[in-house]
Design a protein around this ligand. Structure first.
Ligand code: KIV
Ligand code: ZN
Length: 385
């Protein structure tokens, strides 16, 4: 039996902060319902103090969605926490996510404070949030660049104050996987009361390491991952939900799994991309248009003989019907014949050679060859109209 990794989805908070991605309340409810269907455990619905619209969205999502815990973000400020509690009032399961910066630059430059004062403010925020909800998550902003000894003191203090989850964000996407993994290990080994809380990982993708960092944190003991659909989020984005889920499914030896229904990954990705006006790059892992497309002849021949020769995931597991064998000038006879058979043609070797020669001429001129083109080529070669 594998251990559970809780999936905390922040598409509607960290993801939605991206310029151009804003959704209205009705659209947010639609996405929230899709996330519930997908099986996320915690759904961060917004930052209620930030605007009346965000407050309203958190309130409406709290009414519309009942399986996941609904979470609202706050700064370590009483007023933020009061407003978040109000927005969450109707949620069946609720969590307040409060926190403060803990790196040198956040403590001295941004907050103009001192390490001791930050601990006091962190503890006060958690205690205040505890007056409203049992489930309080604390985020140690910019933990990725924070001193580990100091971070451990902050975490120990907020757990003592009642935090049930401690979030260790790599806010600036700075860490390398081993470094971030060591940070989690350090906390596991040096925070006396760490067994009383769940460690959460929250990574940004500025160096393209978000998924690797998240997995390294899981390997070292984190049991909640904060992620977004398609990895959308501030700057280069957040850790992508689909990558973490499928990496764990592919590497069962890690013995950690999520409750996500992976068959809904593609449809959820497409819905979020279209609603948030954020197209997914074609070569994006798991959900990109080409993630299961094979175009070179060698790969196509391999996949047609045995899917596993070039695929580590069955496309059906992420909600696709099948792999795509793209017909381009790099395709071989095997791919062409496969497509022709799907179109209902069974050609003799000589006919296939003839169609293949014409196909290559056409494919050198066109980016990809479509079924209509094939029907024309077969007709010309076999004399059929
Ligand atoms: O990246 C970050 O540090 C955050 C926190 C507000 C959780 O998004
Ligand atoms: Zn973030």
């Amino acid at each position: 039996m594998s251990e559970k990794l809780f999936i905390f989805d922040t598409t509607l908070r960290d993801g939605e902060q991206v310029p151009g991605c804003q959704l209205n309340t009705i659209e947010k409810i639609e996405v929230a319902r899709a996330l519930e269907e997908l099986g996320v455990d915690i759904l961060e619905a917004g930052f209620p103090i930030s605007s009346p619209g965000d407050f309203n969205s958190v309130r409406e999502i709290s009414k519309a969605v009942s399986n996941p815990t609904i979470c609202a973000l706050t700064r370590a400020v009483q007023k933020d926490i009061d407003v978040a509690a109000d927005a969450l009032a109707l949620a069946k399961h609720k969590r307040i996510h409060t926190g403060i910066g803990v790196s040198h630059s956040h403590i001295y430059d941004k907050l103009k404070s001192t390490p001791e004062e930050i601990i006091e403010r962190a503890v006060a925020a958690v205690k205040h949030a505890k007056k409203y909800v049992e489930d309080v998550e604390f985020y140690a902003e910019d933990a990725g660049r924070a001193d580990n000894e100091y971070l451990a003191r902050v975490i120990e203090a907020v757990i003592k104050a009642g935090a049930t989850v401690v979030n260790i964000p790599d806010t600036t996407g700075y860490c390398l996987p081993q470094e971030y993994g060591r940070k989690i290990k350090y906390l596991m080994e040096n925070v006396g009361n760490i067994h009383k809380a769940i460690i959460s990982t929250h990574c940004h993708n500025d160096l393209g390491m978000a998924t690797a960092n998240t997995l390294e944190a899981v390997i070292n003991g984190a049991r909640q991952a904060e992620v977004t659909i398609n990895g959308i989020g501030e700057r280069a984005g957040n850790t992508s939900l689909e990558e973490v889920v499928m990496a764990l499914r592919c590497h069962k030896h890690l013995n950690v799994d999520t409750s996500i229904n992976s068959k809904l990954l593609t449809s959820t990705s497409r819905m979020v991309a279209s609603m948030m006006n954020m197209p997914v790059q074609a070569n994006k892992a798991i959900v990109g248009r080409n993630a299961f497309a094979h175009s070179s002849g060698i790969h196509q021949d391999g996949v047609l003989k045995s899917r596993e020769s070039y695929e580590i995931i069955n496309p059906v597991d992420v909600g696709l019907d099948e792999s795509v064998i793209a017909l381009t000038a790099r395709s071989g006879r095997a791919a062409l014949n496969h497509r022709l058979e799907l179109l209902g043609f069974k050609l003799e070797q000589k006919e296939l050679d003839e169609v293949y020669a014409k196909f290559l001429e056409l494919a050198d001129k066109k980016k990809d060859v479509r079924d209509d083109d094939l029907l024309y080529l077969v007709g010309a070669a076999t004399g059929e109209k």
